[in-house]
Design a protein around this ligand. Structure first.
Ligand code: NAD
Length: 381
């Protein structure tokens, strides 16, 4: 089969879904690889590197969509791109199927099978294809780097001839994939790092990374929120009050807050409120990774950096992975390559779209002229 990757058309998107390395691996599965000219340039992968890896460089998107049996990309297709999709073709991309009923209808109408990368289930077997996690890992790292870039002091404490420098105090809210990456980055830069999560089972992981887990003065266990598929559920009002009280208590002492709290298919919970922001020192920084879903902090504006009257910077960028396009593209292309491995069990360049396979079934959102989203519950958790 021919696997083709077009240039991303979403404004500002610098990632690319195929790299020269991933193309080499895809060819080992018996596939041919195509790339639209210039698709990898913003991520640091030039046409010549693809050619060297045996990839055919095609002039434009029209030619790419016309030739490819499988189109692998990062962002959901634009209206123009949907028109280029064909009967019998497979599209692999982020598609936000829960919020994109019309797009799914349009893809179905084209007779195209669509695989939504965000629907890869969070189970051990599928980790290597879990693009939400690989991108969240990058976002967590980059959130700390961005915070440092906007913070007027060192992370680590120092004793110098010119004076004693206290270490920065960083609070990470939500210790999932992005949060753990942020914690690791923050501790490695030498900050005193605190972390909070509704799932008590992450405390050990947080502590093993050199951060301090924030416990609540709450009678029940930290939360019943283990929920399904590695995601949290909604907190009870009492628990939320205890959580906010704790945050209120520590806010004046915290220099940097990284918020990553997510509950699937919901608006982001508001956890860092205006009064907490007002009590922070001037020069403090909040990086709100949940900006796209409304933000965990009050005052976050998606895709912007705002400075409050009391001098606190709130960063709501939603494109952290694209800001590290080389790394993100490498990991995303590897996720796609692993998915293609599962779709090509005989390594003979022939795709077997096995709807009995839990991972493939979950991620497939249109198939055989049907919308196949939402998927049935997983057979194996
Ligand atoms: P995840 O599900 O792995 O982690 C979220 C964590 O938040 C979980 O551990 C959960 O228990 C915790 N949580 C839920 N409710 C909470 C609450 N009330 N208080 C404290 N913790 C709570 O998710 P992830 O993959 O790490 O993604 C985190 C966020 O980062 C998401 O909102 C995602 O959309 C976002 N993200 C942003 C960018 C960007 O560029 N801005 C990029 C990638 C991901």
């Amino acid at each position: 089969m021919k696997i083709g990757t077009p240039k991303e058309v979403f404004e500002g998107e610098a990632r690319v879904a195929m790299t020269p390395d991933s193309a080499l691996q895809l060819q080992k599965l018996g596939h041919e690889c195509l790339i639209e000219s210039g698709a990898g340039t913003r991520a640091g992968f030039l046409d010549a590197a693809y050619e060297e890896a045996g990839v055919t460089v095609v002039a434009d998107a029209g030619a790419l969509y016309a030739q490819a049996d499988v189109v692998a990309k990062v962002r959901q297709p634009s209206e123009e791109e949907v028109k280029l999709l064909r009967e019998g073709q497979t599209l692999i991309s982020f598609l936000n199927p829960g919020g994109n009923a019309e797009l799914l209808e349009d893809i179905k109408a084209q007779g195209t099978t669509a695989i939504a990368m965000e629907m890869v289930p969070r189970i051990s077997r599928a980790q290597k294809m879990d693009a939400l996690s690989s991108m969240a890992n990058i976002a967590g790292y980059r959130a700390v780097i961005e915070a440092g870039n906007n913070f007027g002091r060192f992370f680590t404490g120092q004793i110098t001839a010119a004076g004693k420098v206290p270490p920065a105090k960083v609070l990470v809210i939500g210790a999932g994939v992005a949060g753990l990456a942020a914690i690791g980055t923050s501790t490695s830069l030498g900050a005193i790092t605190y972390a909070f999560d509704v799932r008590p089972e992450v405390a050990e992981q947080v502590e093993s990374m050199g951060a301090e887990f924030v416990y609540l003065d709450f009678e029940e266990e930290q939360q019943d929120g283990a929920a399904t598929g590695g995601y949290a559920s909604v907190s009870s009002p009492e628990f939320r009050e205890a959580q906010l009280a704790k945050f209120r208590e520590i806010a004046p002492d915290i220099d940097i807050v990284i918020t990553t709290a997510l509950i699937p298919n919901r608006e982001a919970p508001k956890l860092w409120l205006e009064d907490m922001i007002k009590s922070m020192k001037p020069g403090s920084v909040i990086v709100d990774l949940a900006a796209e879903k409304g933000g965990n902090a009050e005052g976050t504006v998606a895709d912007e950096k705002v400075v409050t009257d009391n001098g606190v910077t709130i960063i709501g960028y939603t494109d952290f992975p694209s800001r590290m396009a080389t790394q993100s593209s490498s990991l995303y292309a590897t996720n796609i390559r692993h998915l293609m491995t599962d779709l090509t069990p005989e390594k003979d360049g022939v795709i077997n779209h096995d709807m009995e396979d839990d991972v493939i079934r979950s991620a497939t959102v249109t198939h055989d002229h049907e919308i196949t989203f939402p998927p049935p519950p997983l057979k194996v958790q």
